[in-house]
Design a protein around this ligand. Structure first.
Ligand SMILES: Cc1ncc(C[n+]2csc(CCOP(=O)(O)OP(=O)(O)O)c2C)c(N)n1
Ligand SMILES: [Mg+2]
Length: 384
């Protein structure tokens, strides 16, 4: 059991947290984890290596993103450092036909679902308003990032209600049945939108899995200010069962999400998962966490690092230096490729900002677009 910290909403000892991997990388099955253990048995060694590889690559991508922002290539960077296990495990639990509604820190989920993560750079550089097209089959049903805190929990619930009406829930066909996995943060649970999503999801018994990454901070507000109860208990008052997991344990994240997505697809209704994790970096590149964070608590969470923990586990299982060296080279190459492609990104034609406001052409926007294009062109005429 993870030791509690002054930032935990309640002492960890009093909550039944599902954990399979201790921070030392030892495999354990505590009582609350037992029902999820069968979901681990289906994992092959290749799956475990894929978990590690994705976590390592996305951490390197995150570092490159932060560096590129500091070098003036992006307006903003949103770090995912520390949250790799919560994201990679849960993302691997989703099936191809499931839909994912992220907030804005889910770089690892996007990577697992197959988006070109350069799109995240383009979004934070201001080159696009959306980043990627979720309806493009190559984008793994990974919907757009959402910066309006908690609002996408309603989109995710509405989408799941649509799936029920489309008849893709509870058919018993594993190729057809689908669910919606929705990610949000501890701060988002204070938003009315999340409560409303819980109401509608519970009353319609939608195929939703709500995945909360409790990274202990909403910018500079600690989680203990957001809630007087552990957050995983929140949904129960709405009639949505819930479970708290060690979010720095990729195996717990995988197994628990896999079980509840299975339940959701088969028509058993929604589930809420609270993954206890920690935002090791700043909220964004615009934030300075040294102004409000306790160094000792920070260091405690760093000692629970999800990637180091999983590396210890894999090494104990027999994985050697060659594999870890290979992943390190792959992660460096990946980051170098992102850098190379970022540096040649060009600003899009200015009119594109009007193109996706509505799904169909709109006369007022068409007029505004024309006006802006003429205005821009007037500078070129002046110079001529
Ligand atoms: C509706 C709304 N209110 C306020 C903000 C400003 N804001 C941006 S991020 C953030 C904190 C969110 O914290 P949390 O939900 O824990 O997610 P995290 O950033 O920790 O992943 C706030 C308040 C916003 N983007 N949207
Ligand atoms: Mg948070």
């Amino acid at each position: 059991m993870a030791p509690s910290t002054s930032l935990d909403p309640m002492p960890a000892e009093s909550t039944p947290t599902v954990q399979f991997l201790t921070p030392e990388g030892e495999l354990v099955t505590s009582a609350p984890a037992e029902e999820y253990a069968p979901y681990l048995e289906r994992l092959t060694d290749d799956d475990l290596r894929a978990f590690y590889r994705h976590m390592a690559v996305v951490r390197r991508f995150d570092l490159e993103g932060a560096n590129l922002q500091r070098q003036g290539e992006m307006a903003l960077w949103v770090p995912s450092h520390g949250q790799e296990a919560a994201q990679v495990g849960s993302a691997f639990a989703a099936r191809t036909q499931d839909h994912i509604f992220p907030s804005y820190r889910e770089h690892a989920v996007g990577l697992v679902r197959g988006i070109d993560v350069l799109s995240i750079v383009e979004l934070l550089r201001g080159n696009t308003h959306g980043g990627w097209d979720p309806t493009d089959p190559t984008n793994g049903n990974f919907h757009g990032y959402c910066l309006v805190i908690g609002s996408h929990s309603l989109h995710a619930t509405g989408y799941a209600m649509g799936m029920q009406r489309d008849g893709v829930v509870g058919t018993g066909d594993p190729e057809v049945d689908a669910a919606v996995l929705c990610y949000f943060g501890d701060g988002a649970t204070s938003q009315g939108d999340v409560s409303e999503a819980f109401v509608f999801s519970a009353s319609s018994q939608t195929p939703n899995v709500f995945f909360l990454q409790n990274n202990h901070w909403a910018i500079s507000v600690p989680v203990r200010v957001q809630s007087r109860t552990p957050l995983y208990l929140r949904s129960r008052g709405f009639g949505i069962p819930s479970v708290q997991i060690d979010g720095n344990d990729v195996l717990a994240s995988y197994a628990v999400t896999a079980k509840h997505l299975d339940d959701a697809r088969s028509g058993k209704g929604p589930q809420f998962i609270e993954a206890l994790t920690y935002r090791v970096g700043a909220h964004t590149s615009s934030d300075d966490p040294t102004k409000y964070r306790d160094e000792d608590v920070h260091n405690l969470w760093v000692s629970r690092d999800p990637i180091t923990r999983f590396e210890k586990y894999l090494r104990a299982k027999g994985e050697g230096d060659a594999y870890f060296d290979e992943v390190r080279v792959e992660a460096d190459d990946f980051a170098a490729d992102i850098r190379r492609r970022t540096l040649v990104l060009e600003a899009p034609p200015i009119g594109t900002m009007f193109d996706h406001v509505y799904s169909e052409p709109h006369p007022v926007l068409a007029e505004q677009k024309l006006w802006l294009e003429r205005y821009e062109a007037s500078f070129e005429e002046e110079q001529a």
